[in-house]
Ligand binder design. Structure first.
Ligand SMILES: Cc1cc2nc3c(=O)[nH]c(=O)nc-3n(C[C@H](O)[C@H](O)[C@H](O)COP(=O)(O)OP(=O)(O)OC[C@H]3O[C@@H](n4cnc5c(N)ncnc54)[C@H](O)[C@@H]3O)c2cc1C
Length: 465
């Protein structure tokens, strides 16, 4: 008999749904929800299981949307693409490539479903850019009574502001419409730099690059600085390029899109063998071996961590945007991430550096720092404020509780907002203080799901009953 047990990527959450359903149409999603209601069961949509929080966990009915994938409509003039909710970002990128289109900004991996990514506020980096949900222009949802509703900035705007990042609390997304941009090339520049210099130049780097981030090994001197800049607006149709130059909807949210540069400045692409060596061997196989050594002999973690920081190397290349944004992540880890007001970042990092030095259990994985522009989605972690993201990680199987607790106390002291898909202990009382539109979100939840068909313990923690 097929096991019903569900587990997430990191192994930090599992559940035993009463049953699974594999809907292949909006109607079948609605039927699965009404059948659950008849049986008095709750419902959760499953994405790819890449959240570290038990956001998707259910003891009721699990909706596996992997068979509900692909593009429904593509308008090459406007760049608007409507996709089914189970589509993975990887598959979406492949289709967009063939259409001469791209997502304006992406996170570090592409294994997530589009719905899972937007529902948890998944983001990449870029001081003038928003997370993936800011690229959404329309949603279709199936509510707890089986009814199907559409929303956008014009049609049911409150529902739209709530549903773009909703942790699946309002209903099951059936389709997502995205504003894409013409395909573009990124020049990638990755190099080690003393952490002190990176922090001194943080504001300059954030403002001066389309996509800026850095990794800091807690016991090493160097950070790995990544600066990715747009070289071209790509091969989209002439009509799309012309409209995109003006596109008020998109540009209002993403002012950085005005940059560009002549083709003659492109650094060469990275050869396949070097990409394999750098990303598969160095960042996955070799780093995985270091992590296993550290886990077996914790006293080696600090020297190994310093070694990893000291052996960082420089690389510059150009490639289609999604090939630069996305890298393979095969070494398993646990993670917590908070969005903090951008102006608080340096204080947060200073406190974290001091605290990490005093931890009883050393930290194997680097800290990742990214940036995003303020947006207006009610539960976006960057709602209403230019933000810096600080993500902390630990190798699976190593102790992390004290580290994550220390980090959470620092991040919450500056009004930090936890990533909805990464580990934290915040509850509705705290979140109500740091999200100005939290009460509005709860009102929309009461309107769309009064019977709490989509409840699970994580939603009760973060939104209340
Ligand atoms: C290796 C790794 C790298 C990562 N990198 C980044 C990164 O760079 N940036 C970042 O911000 N995050 C990152 N994350 C976090 C990840 O993007 C989010 O947790 C995301 O939600 C995962 O998507 P998923 O498809 O796996 O969704 P799941 O984790 O399966 O589900 C997430 C939530 O979405 C809901 N949901 C899924 N589908 C639907 C639907 N159709 N309708 C309604 N609700 C739905 C689920 O019920 C659940 O509440 C990373 C995670 C991992 C493991």
């Amino acid at each position: 008999m097929e096991t019903m047990t569900w587990q997430n990527w990191a192994g930090t959450a599992s559940a035993d749904p009463v049953r699974r359903a594999w809907p292949r149409s909006t109607e079948e999603i609605a039927n699965a929800i009404t059948a659950a209601a008849t049986d008095g069961l709750t419902v959760r949509a499953l994405g790819s299981g890449h959240s570290f929080t038990p956001a998707a966990a259910t003891s009721g009915v699990a909706l596996d949307l992997s068979g509900w994938a692909g593009v429904v409509a593509a308008d090459l003039d406007s760049g608007l693409i409507t996709v089914r909710s189970g589509t993975t970002i990887r598959d979406l990128n492949a289709v967009l490539d063939t259409l001469g289109l791209a997502m304006a900004n992406l996170g570090d991996i592409d294994a997530q479903t589009l719905s899972g990514a937007i529902s948890t506020g998944t983001h990449g980096t870029g001081a003038g850019l928003g997370g993936i949900a800011t690229q959404v222009t329309g949603l279709e949802l199936v509510l707890g009574d089986g009814s199907v509703v559409s929303c956008s900035a014009k049609e049911r705007p409150d529902l739209f502001s709530a549903a773009c990042v909703s942790v699946g609390a309002l209903g099951v997304l059936s389709t997502v419409t995205l504003q894409c941009v013409p395909a573009f090339t990124l020049a990638a520049d990755e190099r080690p730099m003393p952490l002190g210099e990176v922090l001194d130049k943080f504001g300059e780097f954030a403002a001066g690059n389309d996509h800026f981030e850095f990794y800091w090994f807690p016991y090493g001197k160097n950070a790995l600085v990544k600066r990715n800049n747009r070289l071209t607006t790509g091969d989209g149709s002439a009509g799309l390029r012309a409209r995109w130059q003006k596109a008020p909807f998109y540009r209002a949210r993403n002012p950085a899109l005005s940059r560009g540069g002549p083709v003659s400045q492109y650094p060469p692409p990275m050869p396949g063998w070097r990409r394999f060596l750098e990303y598969e061997v160095m960042e996955n196989a070799a780093f995985g071996a270091l992590c296993r050594t550290g886990r077996a002999m914790p006293s080696t973690i600090k020297p190994l961590n310093r070694f990893a920081a000291a052996t960082l190397s420089k690389r510059t290349y150009s490639a289609p945007s999604h090939e630069v944004f996305v890298t393979p992540r095969r070494v398993r880890f646990v993670e917590s991430e908070y969005a903090v007001p951008r102006e608080s970042l340096l204080d947060v990092l200073a406190e974290l550096r001091a605290g990490v030095a005093r931890l009883a259990h050393p930290v194997m994985f680097p800290v990742e720092v990214r940036v995003a522009a303020a947006d207006n989605i009610w539960l976006s972690t960057a709602h209403g404020r230019d933000s810096a993201y600080v993500a902390i990680h630990q190798y699976v199987g190593l102790p992390y509780a004290d580290y994550f607790k220390l980090f959470e106390s620092i991040a919450t002291s500056v009004g930090g907002r936890p990533h909805w898909g990464k580990m934290h202990t915040r509850d509705a009382a705290y979140l109500g203080q740091v999200y100005p539109r939290f009460a509005d979100f709860l009102r929309v939840r009461d309107e769309t799901d009064p019977g709490r068909r989509f409840a699970n313990p994580y939603l009760t923690q973060v939104f209340g009953d």
